[in-house]
Design a binder for this molecule. Structure first.
Ligand SMILES: *Cc1c(COP(=O)(O)O)cnc(C)c1O
Length: 241
């Protein structure tokens, strides 16, 4: 068995059943995705519009190439793609038709643009709001206050289904810092979820139930803090080049 399929099997055994494994395939070749797919993996994430688009297209071409007849079997067309990178508003067309979720909505401007695209295209897009929890300046995302304020106006976004929060902990070996970061986002998630269940009648946040925290280096800690989705790249596919 290959490293990729072994690792997926191992993670599936280790992760609690309510935690979804998202395989982060950015910078890795199509063959690695196909290999993970063969091991049963169905949810993949990419962080660059062009790379996502070219992988989606290559998978389709690959399915058609063999004998000119489109083959469901080789198309991997039940892959669920998530977008997890910084998304510019002029790139929406390259991404939104192909993904089932945008995990990295990090500004009001982007949210408004996704909403307009969705309404124009008669779609509803599942999104996670990216919350800035790390100590580093460089990481993207809303502040906790901004997230509360966006969700107070959730009904303004007819094309958006608010599914939850995404966060990245500080890049450090210091576990206490990582725990503090996860603990903050978990608290915010719980506060919003509690509000959502009080206003169940209005329903705007009735699908708000996803907390996407945890990567290769910190997914075990993230699970302790209630992660419902771990985004794992390096551990499955190896180093990125
Ligand atoms: C690249 C990336 C990951 C995966 O990181 P690994 O450390 O390789 O598991 C997870 N989340 C986001 C947002 C990423 O950009």
């Amino acid at each position: 068995m290959s490293h990729i399929s072994e690792t997926i099997e191992k993670l599936n055994k280790e992760l609690p059943p309510e935690v979804k494994l998202v395989a982060v395939s950015k910078f890795h070749p199509l063959e690695s995705i196909v290999e993970a797919y063969s091991a049963g993996q169905r949810v993949f994430a990419e962080s660059r519009p062009q790379e996502l688009l070219s992988k989606v297209r290559s998978l389709r071409e690959r399915a058609c190439a063999a004998d000119g007849i489109y083959s469901e079997e080789t198309a991997c067309n039940d892959i669920e793609w998530h977008f997890i990178g910084h998304l510019q508003t002029n790139k929406l067309k390259m991404v939104l038709p192909y993904v089932s979720m945008v995990q990295s909505v990090d500004s009001l401007r982007l949210l408004v643009a996704i909403d307009s695209w969705a309404v124009e295209n008669s779609r509803v897009i599942d999104v996670l709001l990216e919350c800035h929890i790390a100590q580093e300046e460089a990481k993207q995302g809303f502040t906790e206050e901004e997230i509360v304020s966006v969700l107070d106006n959730a009904m303004d976004f007819r094309g958006i289904r608010f599914r939850g929060l995404m966060g990245m902990a500080t890049f450090t070996d210091d576990e206490t810092v990582i725990r503090a970061d996860f603990s903050r986002i978990k608290h915010l998630f719980d506060v919003i979820s509690a509000k959502a269940s009080c206003s169940a009648g209005t329903g705007m946040l009735q699908h708000f139930n996803q907390l996407s925290i945890g990567m290769t280096g910190d997914y075990r800690i993230a699970v302790e803090y209630g992660s419902t989705m771990v985004r794992i790249g390096t551990m499955i596919f190896g180093e990125r080049h």
